[in-house]
Design a protein around this ligand. Structure first.
Ligand code: PBG
Length: 310
């Protein structure tokens, strides 16, 4: 019986996601053994700098990809939103399982919603996308950087002078947090989630046909379809770095994909938003991106990238 070695970051969320995938396989009764191998990534070692300043999206995946090339591991379970829109040579996403809650969760110390925070209150986030969308609705608030895994951020929120923080609902739900700590699930209409938020992407070697066949069993083609529209948008705007970009697609009854995408300046003062519907997810992603780039989103993104030193 082949033993499949799954590489995972050691955070509680990464481990939980990896164990969830193994559990899915076990439920299906597949004839394989599974072993988890912990991988420490650069992103895990950087704790106190703004993530967007230290080197973009690949931060959590490079070491995992090296282990995959070296044959140390056979597959890796990623949060889709941490996967760069360009896959590394020879590696592929073999499965996109059913998506968890895509929304952002707003957690305030006093329990009030975003629009009810007192004037000038401090919101902690290390995401330019979340910061920009908070400022679009509440230009009076202060955005302060907060880093660390879910547990660390929740502790810092209580102890370090933030009035509220924003985390992905999917992460909270997966690690089993009590949903009552959430003051408000921000609607995707006013806080467009990150591309791929709530979905997993399971990576393996392109030439490992046996694993690709296995992964098909936990792939959700409907989630894959919406995520591919979002990623096509991200890819076309070249959002490889942590710039203020959001993209969220849903399926309509006639099986068309409806994509809403956003590019904003970090201060929320310039906003480009586009909603496009169509049958071909890759085409609508490109179309939305092209339209926004032509209308001026390119200058906004170039400016952010220059400030981040990319
Ligand atoms: N940026 C880190 C990250 N990557 C994936 C998730 C949560 C799970 C998901 O979005 O699928 C998180 C935490 C967060 O953004 O709060």
């Amino acid at each position: 019986m082949r033993k499949i070695i799954i590489g995972s970051r050691r955070s509680n969320l990464a481990m939980t996601q990896t164990r969830w995938v193994i559990e899915k396989f076990k439920e299906l009764g597949v004839p394989y053994e599974f072993e988890i191998k912990e991988i420490v990534t650069k992103g895990d070692q950087i704790l106190d700098v703004t993530l967007s300043k230290v080197g973009g999206k690949g931060l959590f995946v490079k070491e995992i990809e090296k282990a995959m090339y070296d044959g140390e591991i056979d597959m890796a379970v990623h949060s889709m939103k941490d996967l760069p829109s360009h896959m590394a040579e020879g590696l592929t996403v073999g499965a996109v399982p059913e998506r968890e809650d895509p929304r952002d969760a707003f957690i305030s110390n006093s329990g009030v919603k975003l629009m009810d925070l007192p004037e000038g209150a401090v919101v902690g986030t290390s995401s330019l996308r979340r910061g920009a969308q908070v400022l679009i609705q509440r230009p009076d608030l202060k955005i302060e950087w907060i880093r660390g895994n879910i547990e660390t951020r929740l502790r810092k929120c209580r102890e370090e002078g933030y009035d509220a923080i924003i985390l992905a609902a999917a992460g909270l739900k997966r690690v089993g947090w009590d949903p009552s700590i959430v003051s408000e699930f921000l609607p995707p209409e006013t806080c467009i989630p990150a591309v791929g938020q709530g979905a997993l992407g399971i990576e393996c070697r392109e030439d490992d046909q046996e694993l690709l066949d296995l992964l098909k069993k936990i792939d959700d083609p409907l989630t894959a379809r919406t995520v591919s529209a979002e990623r096509s948008f991200l890819h076309t705007v070249e959002g490889g770095c942590q710039v203020p970009i959001g993209g969220y697609a849903t399926l309509m009854e006639d099986n068309q994909v409806a994509l809403t995408a956003l590019v904003a300046s970090p201060d929320g003062k310039q906003v480009f938003k586009e909603s496009i519907t169509g049958h071909d997810p890759v085409a609508i992603g490109k179309q939305a991106a092209q339209k926004m780039l032509d209308e001026g989103a390119k200058e906004v993104l170039d400016k952010v990238k220059a400030e981040l030193g990319e």
